[in-house]
Ligand binder design. Structure first.
Ligand code: NAP
Ligand code: BLA
Length: 328
């Protein structure tokens, strides 16, 4: 199913991810951006003016445009699954920003549908392309057997915006929405045996919104590793944190933001993290490599799905208050 002419692409969304996609698609000779749909008419008009692209009134219209080969979904999480389904049913290739769906069953059904339709369903996971992840992969052998990991991302925000990222339905369960946190770990350490999680939301006066959230999950990996994953944001936080610590029996790796350190007793080695700009560009280029040349992508649907499954187990652990045991 390789292409020899520029792919005709339609984009759903007009925010940050969408603008990165629009630039990447327009900069490549292997794709042409033909239409965009959005949410608010003003933002859609501005976006379409910036990129000189025709606007369409709805994503339904976009996915059913018989002229398009590929739909790129960069809108709020709530709608990812529904739009991906409609696009696959209309026999389009699909690229979707993570998460594939807020509903695990729907995610599984979409993967089967893509196979049935013989279409690409690619979920973007730029966290795997970033400098920190690449540096961890490179230095992991230096710390022996890893037995404990802690990955904490806390973002104070005051006042918390009334945006989709602070809305229960639009954003979804925070560790599903931020599935990249779990995916980094499953990519490095494989399968998870047990999942526990606690979560707290501080509700905003407007229905559905919150002003802060905190999710604290503990994953027990099949290989024995214990991992704490912390995600917090909003008004109740006063100090930001972005720390990834990996403790092995021969050393410790610590990433504070982009600053990496390898600690082995007295020996403290700074780790250079290559700044990777343009992660969405890289992702887009790899999709085009796949569709044009059949080159394998950097992430498989099953790996993406597995991270989503672990995130969903965390969600279930919150609602039941019980540790979830996953099948091997
Ligand atoms: P964003 O900049 O806030 O853009 C959100 C888009 O969704 C805009 O087009 C916005 O349109 C629309 N939207 C907002 N509220 C909506 C609603 N109630 N109903 C329908 N559409 C609505 O967000 P983003 O950062 O680009 O994120 C888009 C997707 O990419 C998300 O799934 C996110 O998880 C994923 N992602 C983003 C990044 C990143 O670096 N930003 C990284 C990885 C994955 P209006 O502005 O007109 O409302
Ligand atoms: C991830 N960034 C995300 C996600 C959202 C945003 C919704 C997916 C959920 C998550 O993993 O937390 C949204 N990020 C924002 C917003 C800002 C932001 C609104 O930084 C406001 C400044 N993303 C950006 C910008 C950069 C960026 C401007 O919008 C950097 C210059 C980077 N966002 C970025 C990266 C990820 C991400 C690299 C992947 C997360 C990871 O590595 O785990």
């Amino acid at each position: 199913m390789t292409f020899t002419e520029p792919l005709k692409v339609g984009l759903v969304g007009t925010g940050y991810a969408a603008s990165q996609r629009a630039k990447a698609l327009q900069d490549s000779p292997r794709s042409v951006l033909l239409a965009v749909s959005g949410n608010s008419p003003e933002n859609l008009a501005t976006f379409c003016q910036t990129y000189s692209v025709p606007a369409v009134n709805s994503w339904q219209q976009l996915v059913n445009d018989s002229n398009l080969d590929l739909i790129v979904i960069c809108t709020v999480n709530r709608d990812h699954g529904t739009i991906a389904r409609a696009a696959l049913e209309a026999l389009k290739h699909v690229v979707v920003e993570y998460p594939l769906s807020l509903n695990l069953r729907e995610a599984a059904a979409l993967m089967s549908l893509a196979q049935k339709q013989n279409k690409l369903l690619h979920v973007e996971h730029i966290e795997l392309l970033g400098g920190v992840h690449q540096a961890i992969r490179q230095y992991l052998p230096a710390i022996g057997k890893v037995f404990y990991a802690r990955y904490s991302t806390i973002t104070p925000q005051r006042p918390a915006p009334r945006r989709w990222t602070y809305h229960q339905e639009l954003f979804g369960f925070p560790l599903t929405a931020a599935v990249s946190r779990i995916h980094r770990l499953t990519d490095l350490f494989g399968s998870v045996a047990t999942v526990n999680c606690q979560a707290r939301f501080w509700d905003a006066p407007e229905s559905g919104y919150y002003t802060s959230c905190l999710c604290a999950a503990q994953l027990g990996f099949t290989n024995g590793l214990i991992a704490d994953v912390i995600y917090g944001k909003g008004e109740n936080f006063w100090q930001g944190d972005r720390t990834f610590e990996l403790h092995g029996d021969e050393g410790t790796l610590i990433f504070a933001g982009e600053k990496g350190t390898l600690v082995r007793g007295e020996e403290i080695t700074p780790i250079e993290v290559v700044p990777r700009r343009g992660l969405f560009v890289q992702d887009t280029e790899m999709v085009l490599d796949y569709l044009w040349e059949g080159k394998p992508l950097y992430v498989s649907p099953s790996a993406s799905y597995y991270a989503l499954l672990v995130a969903d187990a965390a969600r279930f652990a919150v609602t039941t208050g019980q540790t979830q045991v996953l099948d091997g």
